[in-house]
Design a protein around this ligand. Structure first.
Ligand code: KG4
Ligand code: ZN
Length: 338
């Protein structure tokens, strides 16, 4: 019958995503977000997220099928995020995926959320070169990865963040700046009218004795908060603060990512995750990759943030590599290491 259509299900945080991929090609996908329901709490509320997944699961699957012009019976395999993520949220997606796989009599694949983020780029730009370095930057993760064959070889962590993720740093500072949640896009928008040089912020862990691939963003967050504090009683020049914060984050991320490629003799840098949507991160990555003779790959925005297409993409790679499906008693792994 050839290569099956893989349905991918994502529910690790506040996005319910379903995507359909066959043979490396994206056929359709849909996402529902509970972001607005969390906004007034300033962050994702696990219980609300889980409930929203229950509500959105079936409609999102149907929307993805409709976009692809497919029927439920066309699905040949189901891939689902088993971790890392919020346990209640993951359980809804896994239960739904199991139900579908069981009812359709097709194999089920449990996949890692971050492997999904990496695989997202293959939908836009084709197979990943082996090896490549991947910078994954989102609200929950900031890591530099050494990636070989996604379906066969374990992903090697070159470095991670010691504390906050880059997206978390944007989100937390945005709160201090009284910008709307989620903070990343708000900081990006504000930064356009600001002058990054108007505010001096540190570049954490970039000294000669620091680990070249380890990140830290909590000190940067504190420095930005202190700067805001010094303006108490006055009007805060938010645009300048946003521009300076964005510049500091983009500088550190791209500096370390390019250094990782150079040190490992890798010719391609892939940037994925929600923060890859940041305009300054993209621009600086382009500039520095060009200067270092590296190929830069960044998937389009809608594939950068959490979605089901990326889970279908890694599922499709696993199916085509002949990987073993998961048993139907597979569990979630909320704190899964990569
Ligand atoms: O990948 P993602 O949708 O979810 C996970 O965390 O897994 O990433 C969401 C994160 C949030 O922290 C959000 O503020 C950040 O990505 N983000 C951005 C931008 N768009 C989303 N950060 C900076 N600039 C942006 N344009
Ligand atoms: Zn994510």
């Amino acid at each position: 019958q050839g290569t099956p259509v893989v349905l991918g299900i994502e529910s690790s945080c506040d996005e319910t995503g379903a995507g359909l991929v066959r043979g490396g090609r994206l056929l359709g996908h849909a996402v529902a977000s509970s972001m607005e329901e969390h906004a007034r709490f300033g962050g994702v509320v696990p219980e609300i997220a889980a409930r929203a997944h229950v509500h959105s699961f079936t409609p999102v699957v149907h929307r993805a099928l409709a976009e692809a012009g497919l029927r439920m019976s066309d699905i040949g395999a189901v891939a689902v995020t088993t971790g890392p993520g919020l346990s209640g949220a993951l359980q809804v997606g896994l239960a739904g995926a199991k139900g579908l796989a069981y009812a359709l009599g097709v194999p089920l694949y449990g996949v890692h959320h971050l492997a999904g983020h990496v695989a997202a780029d293959t939908l836009a730009h084709g197979p990943l070169p082996d090896p490549c370095v991947v910078l994954i930057v989102s609200g929950g993760h900031t890591s530099l990865l050494f990636v070989r064959d996604l379906a066969r070889d374990p992903i090697v962590h070159l470095g991670d963040t010691l504390d906050d993720a880059a997206g978390e740093c944007f989100d937390k500072v945005a709160r201090v700046f009284r910008l709307p949640y989620p903070g990343g896009p708000a900081i990006d928008r504000m930064a356009r009218e600001g002058d990054a040089r108007a505010v001096t912020l540190p570049r954490p862990l970039t000294g000669p004795r620091d680990d070249p691939y380890t990140f830290s963003f909590s000190g940067l967050k504190t420095a930005a908060a202190r700067w805001a504090e010094r303006h108490r009683g006055q009007e805060l020049p938010v645009a300048d603060g946003a521009a300076a914060l964005q510049e500091a984050v983009a500088d550190v991320l791209t500096r370390k990512a390019v250094a990782a490629c150079t040190a490992h003799g890798v010719g391609t840098l892939v940037v994925v995750g929600g923060v890859a949507a940041n305009s300054r991160v993209r621009a600086l990555a382009e500039e520095r990759c060009a200067a270092a003779g590296l190929t830069l790959r960044v998937p389009p925005l809608k594939l950068c943030t959490d979605n089901g297409a990326m889970i279908a993409a890694i599922g499709d790679l696993l199916v085509r590599a002949g990987a073993d499906p998961a048993p139907l008693d597979v569990s979630i792994d909320p704190s899964a290491p990569l």
